[in-house]
Design a protein around this ligand. Structure first.
Ligand code: THU
Length: 138
């Protein structure tokens, strides 16, 4: 069902710029329009300036004027599927409902699919933000 998304993530991985970690990642996200947006990790010699594949895909989606994710695929190296980092889990949850499926695929071929809710239980969300907003900080 999500083979096209997996292929897009694998293809994006081929363009990753990861000369420091040598951990090449590609991500692809689908939106309600059916469009697919992909991204790859882009590292920097000033290490913290590097960006994750998921962040690149989300930026491409927003640039196209779309703001909802219905499916995610992440392709990385090794024999076991690699799941999104903590920061990317939060970034994905900004645009995806809890039941959205995230498929992780390893270069070796093995795959794992879990929901966004399982990926980031207890996510910090707008409801939590609004509940804690005060005029004075008290
Ligand atoms: N990386 C991603 O692109 N996505 C993730 O979810 C995990 C980590 C990248 C960041 C860095 O370029 C490399 O993988 C090693 O951490």
């Amino acid at each position: 069902m999500n083979e096209d998304l997996i292929e897009a993530a694998k293809s994006a991985r081929n363009n990753a710029h990861a000369p420091y970690s040598k951990f090449y990642v590609g991500a692809a996200i689908r939106t309600p329009s059916g469009a697919i947006f992909a991204g790859c990790n882009v590292e920097n010699v000033a290490y913290p300036e590097g960006t994750c594949a998921e962040a690149g895909a989300i930026a491409a989606m927003c640039l196209a004027g779309e703001y909802e994710i219905t499916e995610v695929a992440v392709a990385a190296g090794g024999d076991e599927p690699s799941s999104p980092c903590g920061g990317c889990r939060q970034k994905i949850s900004e645009f995806a409902k809890g039941n959205v499926l995230v498929t992780m695929v390893a270069a070796g071929g093995s795959k794992k699919t879990i929901t966004v809710a399982d990926l980031l239980p207890g996510a910090f969300d707008l409801e939590r933000l609004n509940a804690g907003v005060t005029a004075t900080g008290s």
